[in-house]
Design a binder for this molecule. Sequence first.
Ligand code: PNS
Length: 166
Amino acid sequence: MNKVKKVAICPGSFDPVTNGHLDIIHRAAELFDEVIVLVLTNTSKTPVFTKEERVQLIERATADLPQVTVESFDGLLADYAKEKQAVAIVKGLRAMSDFEYEFQMALTNRKLYPEAETVFLTTKEEHMYLSSSLVRQVAGLGGDISDFVPACIVPDIFNKIGKGVK
Ligand code: PNS
């Protein structure tokens, strides 16, 4: 009997992707047959990297994971999840401060597409403090971001927002 592949979506703005995001993506890839990392619009944020740039950076950082693909989408996450018949939406939770916002999104997504469960993975302790805005801020002021993002995307981040390639 053919087993139906369990597809999960890791959504986010990924502006840019960090080691914290990548840890969640790796762990989602252990749990599901296919993982789609989906670059979306967060209407309360103004991104620095274009959607195409964000997709490229994630593609490079996940090149070692054959079950992971990277896409972007301009509409609702729930509509995309329905189109792909995804069984799960996987998000990382860093701290209680993330919880209220994430819980609200999870409930909204369940109303819009009940077939996908939102699954929260707790961020590893070493990534608790990490965020894309912190990476942008440190890079923008010429600081060392090598502990925050994979080495293969460091030059791109400095080319975009830093003071030249580090
Ligand atoms: O990394 P972020 O910015 O916390 O991710 C938030 C994101 C992009 C997943 C969220 O804003 C989103 O799902 N945007 C797509 C539009 C949508 O579906 N909005 C309703 C969400 S309840």
